[in-house]
Design a protein around this ligand. Structure first.
Ligand code: FE
Ligand code: FE
Length: 213
């Protein structure tokens, strides 16, 4: 198959039944997630650690799915395959990922993903201790992501109903970078992800989506 990484995944998902869509998504994550997220973990290890933390905190299916897939945008643009080392350019992976997933998942999954970088910029703007504990990679990428938010940008973000979950996921994002941690395999999330797919959940997605725990 030709086309971009994104096009090829879209082709594989086209017309697939829910179970098959999960197969394709998981195969994609496994195949393209072997590149390094930062100096310590690969993309797939980071995704699995974030999903594990979300599940441990009893976040609910949509937020666990969002945690697992929050960085899929990096993989969809082949960002880490195209360049060696940390990002020097912002590919807006949060938008790429959320836009791609919108065809398959409800906004309870896609919007926290879209906001996870804004959530980091928000925390850096409002919590002085937050910035200090970021990994070196996260501090570096903050600059290419636009740095701290202005007061107006903060106020605008505070009006977004998905900010709270995005902030919860963002905090996991910072924790999901452990070396030598064997997180449960991606298959652990088969039912969770399948339940969130639009084809499975249309009309029945839980709109109360505040992260618990
Ligand atoms: Fe990210
Ligand atoms: Fe991340």
């Amino acid at each position: 198959m030709s086309g971009t990484i994104r096009d090829r995944l879209r082709q594989r998902l086209a017309g697939a039944a829910a179970e098959q869509m999960v197969d394709e998504l998981f195969a994609f994550m496994a195949e393209h997630g072997q590149t390094f997220y930062d100096e310590i973990v690969t993309q797939i290890e980071h995704a699995l650690q974030c999903a594990e933390l979300a599940q441990q905190r009893d976040f609910g299916d949509e937020a666990v799915t969002a945690a697992l897939l929050h960085d899929i945008g990096h993989l969809l643009v082949g960002e880490f395959e195209a360049q060696q080392g940390p990002p020097k350019q912002d590919f807006i992976h949060e938008e790429v990922g959320a836009d791609f997933l919108t065809d398959y998942f409800p906004e309870q999954v896609t919007e926290p993903i879209r906001l996870h970088v804004a959530a980091k910029r928000y925390l850096c703007s409002t919590d002085p201790e937050y910035y200090d504990q970021l990994s070196d990679g996260s501090k570096r990428s903050l600059e290419v992501q636009g740095g701290r938010l202005s007061p107006d940008e903060q106020t605008e973000l505070e009006g977004n109903p998905f900010l709270n979950v995005a902030l919860e996921i963002r905090r996991l994002d910072d924790l999901g970078k452990l070396s030598d941690h064997n997180a449960p395999p991606i298959e652990t999330y088969r039912d969770t992800v399948a339940k969130c797919l639009r084809s499975n959940s249309r009309g029945s997605v839980n709109s109360d989506y505040t992260a618990r725990g």
